[in-house]
Write a protein that binds this ligand. Structure first.
Ligand code: SAH
Length: 387
């Protein structure tokens, strides 16, 4: 079992007082796992709750890393994370839960800014150019995407900037300028300009290849994600005859992995960039029995239900807020034998599972996955079957 052999010696984080990103900083890993499972058990008391799947090595698991920049007293440039409820940047050189290469890239970008005369953006005054840097690292492919989030589309000496950065980090396969000129707490803006490489990276999970663009959702902890997707597919109990819906499908990951065991798969997702990725991912893997729709999942399910359509299995993997009532009501009308609910918030999972248990389903089993060690967050895969 993946949860047999945990590290017991706790690393200590020098930023813990100011950063606030890790709720369970300093807590033994075994204890973190116990608390997380206990929390899920409290919310789903009736359900068969399996052991939590923890990590053998719970450090440096985040393959997507973001940093904010600031120029502090004496003109020193710092990179790190915002302190809670402020625009003050807590300088962070190395984070114990983030990918180390990504951290090194961010440090090197920070140290290059002065010589390239790139000013950091001030969230309060709106003055300056560089707002954030996002780095995504492919787990199996090793490909690295660097997104420079700027307040304007123009980066001075951009080709030279990329050249110097790639000399230090040859694994960087694409560099993208993302333009965010809005007064917003969102990191990324709408517009992407590729300045080096293809504008996306590819990665492999569960034997398939996936293209990931800057705006697309992709799980940040690929090692655990693979285990989680495998469990989701196992819960679906596919025999090759099923019509499957993959709702909130992102880049199509779950649906594409399921497609080999099903008759047909329909994916639905509201983020257009993610749908474009999903369509290319189907091509990339030569999978033909899948179609993707760019729509609100609730509205899409409602129109399927109104058209009298049926489904055998529904995967749903909504954002933290959970699913809408329109979605769940239509799911019940589509009448699948199984619904496999992948959730990043046990509270909305409990609420939505309660709704479904009142509308013809039983919550059979749930497996928690620790995808976010040292934070309080937890993923769950739950199986609901028709009564
Ligand atoms: N299943 C995917 C993505 C899960 S994250 C994976 O495993 O990678 C949740 C996804 O839901 C995101 O891609 C987000 O863009 C999408 N989303 C959020 N609200 C939505 C809505 N109302 N309708 C459809 N998709 C939505």
């Amino acid at each position: 079992m993946a949860d047999d052999n945990k590290k017991t010696k706790e690393p200590s984080c020098p930023y813990k007082k100011k950063c606030g990103g890790c709720d369970y900083q300093g807590m033994a890993y075994e204890e973190q796992l116990k608390r997380k499972r206990g929390y899920v058990h409290k919310l789903l008391p009736e359900c068969r709750l399996m052991p939590i799947v923890g990590m053998d090595d719970p450090l440096h698991y985040r393959h997507k890393v973001q940093a904010a920049f600031d120029c502090v007293r004496g003109g020193k440039i710092v990179a790190g994370t915002y302190a809670k409820n402020s625009h003050d940047v807590v300088p962070i050189d190395r984070c114990m839960i983030e990918n180390e290469e990504a951290n090194a890239i961010i440090r090197d970008i920070r140290d290059m800014l002065r010589s390239f005369k790139i000013k950091t953006y001030d969230e309060d005054t709106g003055y300056g150019l560089l707002r954030h840097v996002q780095v995504r690292v492919g787990y199996r492919s090793g490909q690295i995407m660097v997104v420079l989030v700027l307040s304007s589309p123009i980066l001075p000496s951009k080709n030279n900037f990329v050249k110097v950065l790639r000399q230090k980090h040859p694994d960087i396969s694409t560099v993208i300028i993302n333009v965010n000129d809005e007064h917003t707490s969102m990191v990324l803006g709408e517009r992407n300009i590729t300045v080096y490489g293809k504008g996306y990276i590819e990665d492999e999970l569960c034997g398939l290849k996936f293209r990931i663009s800057p705006g697309s959702f992709y799980q940040v902890n690929p090692r655990q994600t693979e285990l989680l997707y495998k469990k989701a597919i196992e819960y679906a109990g596919l025999t090759g005859k099923e019509r499957v819906i993959d709702a909130y499908c992102g880049t199509g990951t779950i649906g594409l992995i399921a497609a080999g065991g099903a008759r047909e798969v329909i994916g639905v997702e509201s983020n257009r960039a993610a749908v474009r990725d999903a369509i290319s991912n189907a091509k990339l893997n030569g999978i033909k029995n899948i179609r993707f729709y760019s729509d609100d999942a609730g509205e899409f399910m409602t129109s399927l239900a109104q058209a009298g359509e049926k489904a055998d299995v529904v995967f749903l993997d909504p954002p933290r807020t959970g699913s809408s009532e329109a979605f769940l009501a239509s799911l019940a009308r589509l009448n699948p034998d199984r619904a496999v609910y992948v959730s990043c918030d046990p509270e909305s999972l409990a609420r939505d599972a309660k709704y479904l248990t009142k509308h013809g389903y039983t919550l059979k089993e749930c497996t928690p996955f620790d995808c976010f060690p040292y934070t309080k967050h937890i993923e769950n895969v739950a199986l609901l079957c028709k009564k």
